[in-house]
Design a protein around this ligand. Structure first.
Ligand SMILES: C[S@@+](CC[C@H](N)C(=O)[O-])C[C@H]1O[C@@H](n2cnc3c(N)ncnc32)[C@H](O)[C@@H]1O
Length: 352
């Protein structure tokens, strides 16, 4: 149908005209036509008509839709996310993988095939860091996550990381040579097809442990590098979990724990300092509310050295000592001010 004939049809019967929209929209005239049509069709009616037409049209190929979807994804992926708050998209994993490797560079030689553990890996993308670790040279990458996991989310997020790392390994501090390990660390074809997770992970380099940290039962001294982010502040059986981690750590290995010590409440980062009981206190019940000093003391009691690699504080003027509940009343100024810390934990030589 010529351009003028299509325009005439569009003016006369925009719904019927919409039926041809999925076929080809490549020339400039096509685009003018589509623009006019979009204006003529009232929005909801228009989209329903187009959708029905696409479904009914056997000549239609989904290519334009795929292009649109790819473009939307491209834009979503490029949204700046400096804090890495989005756990599904690559920014977070690029950022924290690079940071972890930089901060542990003195301790870990990736060419020797270290064993990596992501402790409390989360339900959004638990296998991301273990996958990147094995690409970097780890002989095994373990994700430990006691919360409920959905296999399709694990698969979809792994697909997302695979797609991103292959496009841009340097963003992760990886090289093209690292990507050469891909086929040995997971079954990439099974991953793309969305096969069941055990098939994807069948190479034996990646492991998903669904137990809680305190009852993980790791082989003693079997792990070289432990990573956790936003986890230790949530662990209720914290002493037992820390003891299990230290037991599992190989001498010369290192743990990097990134701990959020605030109240996880954007309205008030220290709300739990003043909430004794009732609904206000319940809001913080998922946090063990330990302070930095507690974590340092607990690790030191387990014969470890603690290096504070980074610390986040609030001004002392924001803390009202008169209102502190008993649990926090005798804490030092530094403990009260600290709302986040990154710790590097090493076992002292000769300790078990
Ligand atoms: C805020 S999420 C962080 C998840 C992930 N690390 C991330 O950055 O997306 C806290 C995680 O701690 C885990 N967690 C809580 N108690 C735990 C325990 N006893 N052992 C291991 N993980 C635990 C939870 O299951 C949850 O996935």
């Amino acid at each position: 149908m010529s351009f003028l004939a299509r325009m005439a049809l569009a003016l006369r019967d925009p719904r019927r005209a919409a039926i041809s929209i999925g076929r080809r929209l490549s020339s400039p005239l096509d685009r003018i036509y589509a623009g006019v049509l979009a204006r003529l069709l009232r929005r909801p009616a228009g989209s329903v008509a187009v959708w029905n037409a696409l479904r009914a049209n056997t000549e239609w190929t989904p290519q334009p839709n795929l292009t649109v979807a790819a473009e939307i994804l491209r834009r979503v992926r490029s949204i700046p996310d400096p804090e890495g708050a989005n756990r599904y998209l690559p920014h977070r994993w690029r950022m924290i993988f690079r940071e972890m490797r930089e901060l542990t560079a003195k301790d870990i030689d990736w060419s020797t095939g270290p064993v990596f553990l992501n402790f409390g890996a989360g339900d959004r993308h638990p296998m991301g860091l273990p996958f990147l670790a094995v690409l970097a040279g780890a002989s095994k990458g373990i994700a430990l996550e006691p919360g409920s996991l959905r296999d399709e989310i694990v698969t979809a997020t792994l697909q997302e990381t695979l797609w991103d790392v292959v496009r841009n390994p340097a963003a992760y501090g990886l090289t093209a040579a690292d990507l050469g390990r891909l086929r040995t660390v997971l079954d990439a074809d099974a991953l793309w097809r969305g096969d069941p997770l055990p098939l994807v992970l069948s190479k034996g380099c990646l492991e998903l442990s669904r137990s809680a940290g305190e009852s993980a039962g790791f082989t003693p001294e079997s792990i070289d590098i432990v990573y956790s982010r936003s986890v230790l502040e949530h662990v209720i059986e914290i002493e037992a979990a820390m003891a299990e981690l230290v037991r599992a750590l190989r001498p010369g290995g290192v743990m990097f724990h990134d701990i959020g010590l605030d109240a996880h409440d954007t309205r008030d980062p220290i709300g739990f300092y003043y909430a004794e009981r009732g609904r206000a206190a319940d809001a913080y019940s998922g946090l063990n509310q330990l302070r930095l000093g507690d974590f340092v003391a607990l690790f030191e009691k387990l014969d470890c050295t603690v290096e504070i690699a980074a610390i986040e504080t609030i001004p002392l003027s924001r803390i009202d000592r008169r209102r502190l509940i008993l649990r926090f009343a005798d804490r030092s100024d530094d403990d009260l001010r600290t709302i986040g810390a990154k710790l590097l934990i090493r076992k002292k030589r000769g300790s078990r």
